[in-house]
Each structure stands twice: as C-alpha cells, then as structure tokens.
Design a protein around this ligand. Sequence first.
Ligand code: HEC
Ligand code: HEC
Ligand code: HEC
Length: 489
Amino acid sequence: MTSFEQKRRGGETMIKGLKAAIGAAVVGLLAGTSLGAAPGLAQDADGDLVAKGAYIARLGDCVACHTALHGKVYAGGLEIKTPIGKIYSTNITPDPTHGIGGYTLKEFDDAVRRGVRKDGSPLYPAMPYPSFARMTDDDIKALYAYFMHGVKPQVQANRPTDISWPLSMRWPLGFWAKMFAPAPKGFTPAPGTDPVVARGEYIVTGPGHCGACHTPRGLTMQEKAYDAAGGADFLAGGAPIDNWIAPSLRNDPVLGIGRWSEEDLFQFLKSGRIDHSAVFGGMADVVAWSTQYFTDDDLRAMAKYLKSLPPVPAAKGDYTYDDTATKMLDSGNTAGKAGADIYLQQCAICHRNDGGGVARMFPPVAGNPIVVSDDPTSVAHIVAAGGILPLTNWAPSTVAMPGYQHILNDQQIADVVNFIRSSWGNKASSNVSASDIEKLRTSGTPITSAQAWLSGSSTTSNWGFSIPQPYGSGWTFAPATHTGVDAAQ
Ligand code: HEC
Ligand code: HEC
Ligand code: HEC
C-alpha cells in the first residue's frame, strides 16, 4: 500500500468516525439532554436516520402534546379538555409495556398518518394526523427510527380518557375520519413549484400542522382546506383554542400577514419577536418547542411559501395609521373616549401613546392583526391574563405583559379592549362587554362562541354531543401555556 493510499484509507476512517460523531452530536443537539435521548440505544441504529427523525419530531412538535406539564419527556399524560370530557396524550417512548416499543413501522405509520391505534381503534383527532397524512414515507421511517432508538423509554402508564359512555365509544371517530380526514398521500408539490417554496409548503401543511390552529373548521369540524388549492379558507384564521385565536396567515393587510416581510416571518418563527409583534398564547408553545429549532433554510422556505400564497380579497381594506388617539393621549384629556384614561394609566408606559410599542420589547397595538381580529377573545384574554414572551435560543430574555384581571374590573377591561380595537386606525367593532370579560375569566367561555355557532362557523362546544370532534373552541390543551415551564427541557 502506498503511503498515499494509507493516508486515504486513514482519511476515510476518520471521515466515517467524524460522521458518526457528528450524527451523535446532532442527535444530542436536537434531542439530547433536552429531549431525553438514550445515546446508548442510538448506537445499533443508523445514527443519521435517528438524527433526521429527531429533527422531524421537532417539525411535528410531538413533544409539546406528548409531555405533561412538568412531566417526563414523551411519556404522555398531557390533559386535553374537550367539550365531552378529558383525554390524555399517550406515552410514545419506546417502553414496550406502556409506550410504543412494540409498534412495527406499519403500526407506527397507521397511528401517525392514519389516526389508527395498534388495536385498530381510531384516535381522537387531537392528534393532528390529518396533517401528518401528508408526510413522506422517508420522513415517517426516520421518525420511527428516532422514537425506537433515540428516545429514552419511560415507564409511565397511559391514563384512560375521562369521557363517560356512550360518548366514550371510539367508533364514531372512525366514521369521522373516513368522511373528513384526507387519505394519506405523500406530499407532491405542483409541477413547476420552486423547490424552496415546495419545502416550505411541505412543512407548513404536513409535519408543522400549522392549519390545525390557523385554518377555520367547517360544521363537521374538519379543516376547511388542507392546502392553497382549497381556496381562501386555507390558513384564514381559526376558532379560539384555549381562548387564543390563531389569526390569518394569508396576505390580508389588516387581518393577516400582508404587511409582514419574509424576513419578519423568519425572525418571528425563530425568536418569537420582531419589531411589530411578539408571540403569545398557543403560538408561544409552538415557537418555544418547535420552530426555534428549525434550520434557517427551513424557516426561510416556510416564510417564502406563506408569502407566495395566492392573494385573498382584503376583507377590511388596507391599514392606515390615524393619530387622533395619539393626540388625545398626549393632551391628557381623555374624557371623550371610554377606556382612554385606563390606557394612559396602565398601558401607555409600555405600548406608548402612539400605540407603537417598543421594538422587540413591547409589541405595538396599533395596526396589529391580533388586536383587530373579528373575534376579540384573544386580545381580551391577553389583557385579562397577561403573557410572558418566551425566551428562545435566539432571544434569551423574557418580557412580561401583566395580567389585569386583579387590577381592573370587568367593565374597565372591556373599555380598554374596545379602545385599542378602535384607535390609531384600528377599525374593529368595539362591542366587548363586562359580561363577556366575566365569562372569559370565570368559565373560560370565548367571547363570540354563541354567535359563531349561530352563524355556522367553528366551535366545538355545541357539537361535541353528537360526535366527539377534533379540537376547536372548548378544547384546552394545557391549563396554562407550557412556555417557560418545560420548554427548556
Ligand atoms: C396537538 C397535539 C399532538 C401532537 C402535535 C402530536 N400528537 Fe400524537 N397524540 C396526541 C393525542 C391526544 C393522542 C391520543 C389520542 C387518543 O387517545 O385517541 C396521540 C396519539 C399518538 C400515537 C398513538 C399512541 C398509542 O398509544 O397508540 C402516536 C404513535 C403518536 N401520537 C405519535 C405522535 C408523533 C410521532 C407526533 C409528532 C410527529 C405527534 N404524535 C404529535 C396528540 C398529539
Ligand atoms: C396550537 C395552535 C397553533 C399552531 C399549531 C400554530 N399556530 Fe401560529 N398562532 C397561534 C396563535 C394562538 C397565534 C396568535 C398569537 C401570536 O401572534 O403569537 C398565532 C400567531 C402566528 C403568527 C403571527 C401572526 C400575527 O398576525 O401576529 C404567525 C406568523 C404564525 N402563527 C405562524 C405559524 C406557523 C408557520 C405555524 C406552523 C409551523 C403555526 N403558526 C402553528 C396558534 C398556533
Ligand atoms: C410592562 C409593560 C406592559 C404593560 C404595562 C402592558 N403591556 Fe401589553 N404587552 C407587553 C408585552 C411584553 C407583550 C408581549 C407578551 C407576550 O408575548 O406574551 C404585550 C402584549 C400585548 C398584546 C398582544 C399583542 C401582540 O402582538 O403580542 C396586547 C393586545 C396588549 N399587550 C395590550 C395591553 C393593554 C391593553 C395594556 C393595558 C391594560 C397593556 N398591554 C399593558 C407589555 C406590557
């Protein structure tokens, strides 16, 4: 062997070793201490595949639902309240008795893409399998390798659902799935799609299951559209879940992300904050557990895809700033408008007289889609309950919005919510009442549920009695947001 060959061989072994080490390091990085990986187990599996699976688990945010508050990672037990009772997420660690250690690839695939348990009974669509149905075979294989070889087994029994008979019967779910959940079909982009946009579409509509919260649901609670071909309903904004509303991700300038750039979307998903918005509620969990870990390429692809969606008719015209409220607040003479004095005393210190906030600290309330959404539940909820801007690896500081339910009475909260919904060019209807706030506070009732039901738009609370429905209003995924509690695990 020439010395050249020897060198080459040595180099090859070194590269192989390096590759294995990098594979292991990636597993460690993506899942490692933070997601309870079992490094020893990964050795007899294909390290690259396991690392890939760990990343896909991030794309699918499996950890957020399959981990109870302060619970063991992936051991299940997160309580999900539904209009008909409580269900619990399951143990998806490779423990052979309590987890999915005994699942074959096919059984795993049936659960993830088809919503069918190992015993053949249907899963509640709280598990977003209608979106996961779009995942490719390759990604499912990698995900399986990760759950079998990269996750630490946990001995923790599943909790049975607290739903009483006859509603506890699972067969109507199967009926629902047959009628409304799309048959699993690996994602194939439309011919001629830019590969970057196609990658973004795959993540948003498939593993990322963004539509589970951001797409409105029809009478039978299926998402009205699973991709852009489904029309203007796709990602047009959902019903309240945990009393947070996922707004439109279409390019509407007032209600959606029409005035956001690709860079804004990229930064928001990566760090949870941009100059004109800050993440809260259910989306704070998504950023803290899932999107902050995506590669820059994937985040940019998602941003590019969202900005490439066909335009929707601007439901409320365009947004133009109006300084009438600013001048009133500057003058200190707030007698003319209910809620203005409260804004000046309680809110202006952070959100400023001009409603513009402070970049990357306090989000603006002027021209903010969250503030003007048709359903005021979310904006009223954050004013009543407050919020903590989660820390991410890319923005390692938290900033808090105080909750006002112990400082202001229900009428005062209603007044200030109505004030911000109708000032600085915001043109939302300002008819939130003290009794709306009381119901939101005491029984968690979203503000527009009754009207939404009458008008035929999404709410599950009235429908759950016939067939257990996938999530929407009346479903609660966590007593409080996980963010800041477990996200750093
Ligand atoms: C929005 C919440 C949510 C997300 C996200 C989620 N799951 Fe689930 N999953 C559930 C719930 C709830 C159940 C149990 C449903 C039931 O009991 O019918 C479940 C059930 C399962 C099951 C069936 C387990 C069994 O005991 O048979 C598997 C496997 C599973 N999930 C895997 C995954 C994987 C892999 C991911 C990420 C790609 C994921 N889940 C993401 C909520 C979620
Ligand atoms: C668990 C439900 C849920 C899921 C899943 C979800 N979102 Fe959200 N999203 C929300 C809520 C609630 C808000 C409003 C709070 C906020 O702006 O932070 C929101 C807000 C947003 C915003 C800011 C919009 C604005 O006008 O302020 C963007 C952008 C966004 N989501 C993108 C995504 C993407 C991309 C995905 C998929 C990877 C996704 N979301 C998945 C619930 C969700
Ligand atoms: C101490 C500073 C502070 C004060 C005072 C304050 N806020 Fe906030 N506000 C914040 C922060 C920080 C956030 C982002 C919270 C998060 O992301 O969870 C926020 C978020 C919001 C949002 C959601 C906007 C978005 O895009 O995230 C609204 C609406 C809001 N505040 C309204 C009010 C009102 C009304 C008052 C007065 C009753 C008020 N705030 C008082 C700091 C403050």
